[in-house]
Design a protein around this ligand. Sequence first.
Ligand code: GCV
Length: 679
Amino acid sequence: MTTPDPVHPAWLPPEAFRAIGSRRTLVLGDGLLAGTVHDEVADACARYGGRVRRGAEDGPYDLVLALTTEPLPGVAGEVRPDSAIGAEGYLLARRDGVTVVLADDPAGLLYGLFHVVRLGERAFAGELQAERHRPAMRRRMLDHWDNVDVHPVMGQVERGYAGGSIFWRDGAPRGDLARVRAYGRLLAACGVNAISVNNVNVRATGARLLTDRLGDVAALADVLRPYGIRVHLSVSFASPVVLGGLPTADPLDEGVRKWWAGVTERVYDTIPDFGGYVVKADSEGEPGPFAYGRDHADGANLLAEALEPFGGVVHWRAFVYNHRQDWRDRSTDRARAAYDHFAPLDGRFRDNVILQVKHGPVDFQVREPVSPVIAAMPATRLAVELQVTQEYTGQQRHVCYLPPMWREVLGFRPWGPDGTAVADVAGGASGDGGGLVAVSNVGDDPYWTGHPLAQANLYAFGRLAWAPWTDPAAILDEWIDLTFTPTATGDTEALRHTLHAIMDGSWRTYERYTAPLGVGFMVRPGHHYGPDVDGYEYTPWGTYHFADRDGVGVDRTRATGTGFTGQYPPPWSEVYESLDRCPDELLLFFHHVPYGHVLHSGATVVQHIYDTHFAGVEEAIEARRRWEEAAALFDPSLHARVEELLDEQVRCAEEWRDQINAYFFRKSGVPDVRGRRIP
Ligand code: GCV
């Protein structure tokens, strides 16, 4: 593969700071993050000839970035608001030739600075009425599934498609803190303010990060702190036993409570702004409270109690299901599991527990309904978990711009059109909800994300966590402008056109050539890349499609199936229950239907399968053509890398098309009405 030299700057190339760097800037305010703002501007000025001052001095200035606690000179004083701007927020205005960013706290100044970076020259033109910006989610977090030791099957990064970890290598810190700092800077620029630094499947050395290897975590926290990013740690529920030598990890045992309290106190002695713990318990073999006859509220509250004196939180994952199922037992339904385990516990979690719920009821498939847990726990703080790493969406070998899917999830209204949206549940009524969390897609690859265009997913996650109602195409524009400005040829419009043509619809393209109509999981077992229709069909993991010679899909109705539809409030409990009203794209998630069933689109199920698979491949081929045609617009090594990956995408899409179409043709015996060749 072609590689850039050295690490790709992603959405913060030096040119992104040209407009600021050529101007006169005043930074007013104390504290670490205000210092970061000053240093960012100073670096830009050193490159582009502007100047920056810190502390009141005579102007004139083109840009003033100031805390509202400071005496504000000139225009900054004039635009000072009467009411609080709020945590991490900022006010942006331009008057009489001066651009002003005001914030109540230094984090707000930092986010305001990056807003000015996004605007570029536009930040210094005309007038701008004061605009207030505040994050919709207080917590905007990335989880790293980075193993500290190399796992024999999962490697250094579980479900990582961008090389090794930027934090760990072979059981030790990787030691490249400059890279970690650069990562923190990129995250701050898109609005992320927390990361957890090790895999939720906590193993060997990963577990010890909590105790004797805590210094390794502190080193990461030190370089991320100047960018407003708090560090969290995945911990093993069995830690009192495996690290502390206690005979039990029972959450109601006094010795266990004391152990967690002591360990947590030491964590905060070392890392005073530590964010908290992330826990995967009683899930896919990880230890948890069930071993002691306790439930998830008992387990989560144990850790929450230890964290509470220090303001820390526990992210307790709701990804709990039976992974030892028997396909013959049609009453056990993996989709039901999270709700069945957690909904009855609503109201029992301490205030500093955040229940982290995957956005769909199964596992990050290309299409799933929104998890019913999100609407079932009004007395619990919920975080919604997304997957930026493309485990089931092309593994960063395929272009798959995910924000259109995330935007649908965040905009979904579980209680119907007049009810609250998922984004509001995660944001919380008083702004203190659990927020948005995602599994990171970053590794030590020179482009950060393996596929250079997968950078856009990371950028967009942060932007949607800040402002969930933003149009994904507008976020893509931001990312394009920052990342590719100026273009190799100066033809920005053509470049923008090319990337929109390839990326805007790429999630739907991926859906078309992979598993149809929401049925999910037709991937190869284990690594999950490429098609294998029956790969999981008879395994214990509980991810079945039930295709036979007559039909396909999972009957999750109350009338005749697993009853999963009953986990939704109305109107969705009724919409999903009804064969007539269920949206086409989720039909096979909720219903088992004959191949001749006619969709709202007018096509039969089996014809829809054929049509979408042929169309999806055509779209992938067209994306490759567009990319080839645009060679002159991009840096040659980036262009070459994406071109190789698009070849693989087309190959893999054809493989999906042929396997899926052949499978359903052979099962159903129904020929394609258009007479195309099906192997
Ligand atoms: C970290 C899926 C993935 C696992 C992952 C798990 C989880 O099952 O395949 O690799 O484990 O989700 O979210 O915990």
